[in-house]
Design a protein around this ligand. Structure first.
Ligand code: NDP
Length: 463
């Protein structure tokens, strides 16, 4: 038995979105709180996810803006040169700044920061390096990591973490997967000028979203990427055979085609970080994917051990991890009856894919809504944004609104096109408030905008 070096009310493993929010909330409520982090403060979102990804998508959009500027009188002879290294350096500086901010936020909230890998030694005890720690409550907020299939040559490929470390822009890039990360990073590579090959085993990209919207985005992506649907990778080799093409790698697809590229990026999902934490030895139940199983209050199968965020693999989005972490901390240390009682509702979580074009959504897809609401009313608008009346670019926007015919409540809003994420955030408030189609009809538009289409949809489409 070791002497105990520290004792806390609440010990959080992992300083990502969910862990930091839980730790700050607990400390503010008076709990003696500590957090352990072994890699980077801010977790996936800040370091190798949402934030750097969004910065890269801004970089990619400049190509469109230069193209469009001509029709507005900006005389440009050619596209200016893009320098990948400048973007990466500036991104790295910003992420370093954010890491510091996360540490100082925790410090000023009164949270003890311990850098290093934590491992559970008992239901109320753990070890970080040589420190032996006890805690009344322990939160697992260790997030997830990219998961790559076991294909020959996979060691030659990169994942999304590797994408943010690339120091040179690949001339030809292959992206594997058809979800959030694959479509977003394919759009970034293409916008910045790489030739992009997007390989997906399904018959549509973003197939978990409303199918019509996903089909619209798939078509749009096909206009600037070579998209291989219903296709799998058989092997990746160093490119020795295809010498006439100066590419580093040669990828063989399941239809026998061989594609020379410089980089292969797998975006084939993520798995929970639960290995080597000592969870199994304590009897903490994991699901088949390795995620921690928790109840509605984020309690694991072992009393005193909790989990939130990507490590529970419920809805792996930053705002969800924040909400889960906050709810748990309030429940454990809050005084009000309300903080003890409430569970978090997973209905009506808005989300966006920062693909090109963007896709954003809240509520049910059309097929989900049809199953629940017979006679569902579907309102739609497809149009060329005003900006492109001058540019002539073949870029369109698609919006959909789904309405329960009995209550008139809006049960789903979907959009693909410019600013979809910004627009749908407001729609999410309306749906959260239980808005009816009549409420939307009674709302005046802001003219001229794309968003006003959502309040001017008058006639349901026959389906
Ligand atoms: P997704 O679950 O979105 O997509 C994974 C894709 O990989 C799917 O198209 C899946 O195909 C495919 N796939 C899975 N396994 C294999 C395999 N063995 N071989 C070939 N293809 C495979 O995961 P991502 O990795 O894109 O992102 C992880 C999560 O991170 C997202 O689900 C999301 O929650 C979050 N995220 C959110 C973002 C945002 O909010 N904008 C941005 C980026 C990530 P199939 O559909 O056939 O299973």
């Amino acid at each position: 038995m070791h002497d105990v070096d520290f004792d806390f009310d609440f010990f959080v493993i992992g300083a990502g979105s969910g862990g930091v929010r839980a730790a700050r909330t607990a400390a503010a409520l008076g709990a003696r709180t500590a957090i352990a982090e072994q890699r980077f403060f801010g977790g996936t979102c800040v370091n190798v996810g949402c934030i750097p990804k969004k910065l890269y998508t801004y970089a990619a959009q400049f190509a469109h803006q230069w193209r469009d500027a001509k029709a507005y009188g900006w005389v440009t002879d050619e596209l200016p040169a893009f320098d990948w290294q400048i973007l990466k350096d500036n991104k790295d500086k910003e992420i370093k700044r954010l890491n510091g901010i996360y540490q100082s936020i925790l410090g000023s909230a009164g949270v003890t920061i311990i850098e290093g890998r934590a491992e559970l030694t008992g239901p109320n005890s753990l070890r970080v390096g040589n420190n032996h720690i006890t805690a009344r409550h322990i939160l697992i907020a260790t997030g997830g990591k990219p998961s790559l299939p076991d294909v020959p040559g996979i060691e030659l490929a990169i994942n999304s973490d590797g994408f943010f470390e690339l120091t040179e822009q690949p001339k030809r890039a292959m992206v594997v997967g058809g979800g959030y990360i694959a479509t977003e990073l394919a759009g970034v590579f293409a916008g910045l000028g790489s030739e992009v090959h997007l390989v997906h085993r399904g018959n549509i990209l973003l197939g978990d979203f409303d199918h019509e919207i996903a089909g619209f985005v798939t078509d749009a992506i096909q206009s600037y990427c070579k998209v291989y649907l219903k296709t799998q990778i058989i092997k990746i080799e160093k490119n020795i055979k295809s010498k006439e093409i100066d590419a580093d790698l040669l990828v063989t697809l399941d239809d026998g085609r061989q594609v020379p590229v410089d980089t292969v990026l797998f975006a084939t999902g993520r798995t929970a970080n639960t290995s080597n934490l000592g969870l199994e030895a304590l009897g903490v139940k994991l699901d088949d994917s390795g995620a921690v199983q928790v109840n509605e209050f984020y309690e694991s199968s072992v009393p005193g051990i909790y989990a939130v965020g990507d490590v529970i693999n419920r809805v792996t989005l930053t705002p969800v991890a924040l909400a889960e972490g906050q709810l748990l901390a309030r429940r454990l240390f809050g005084q009000s009856a309300e903080s003890k009682r409430s569970a978090f509702s997973y209905d009506l979580i808005a989300s966006a894919v920062f693909s090109d074009p963007q896709l954003a959504t809240v509520g049910l897809t059309q097929s989900q809504a049809l199953a629940q609401y017979p006679g569902l009313k579907v309102y739609k608008s497809k149009f060329r944004p005003l900006k492109h009346t001058l540019t002539g670019a073949a870029e369109f926007t698609l919006m959909k609104m789904l309405v329960d015919p009995v209550t008139d409540r809006v049960v789903g809003v979907h959009m693909a096109g410019t600013d979809a994420a910004e627009i749908v955030q407001g729609m999410a408030v309306a749906l959260q408030a239980g808005a009816t189609k009549a409420d939307f009809d009674a709302t005046l538009g802001i003219h001229p905008t794309a968003a006003e289409e959502f309040v001017t949809m008058r006639t349901p489409v026959a389906d």
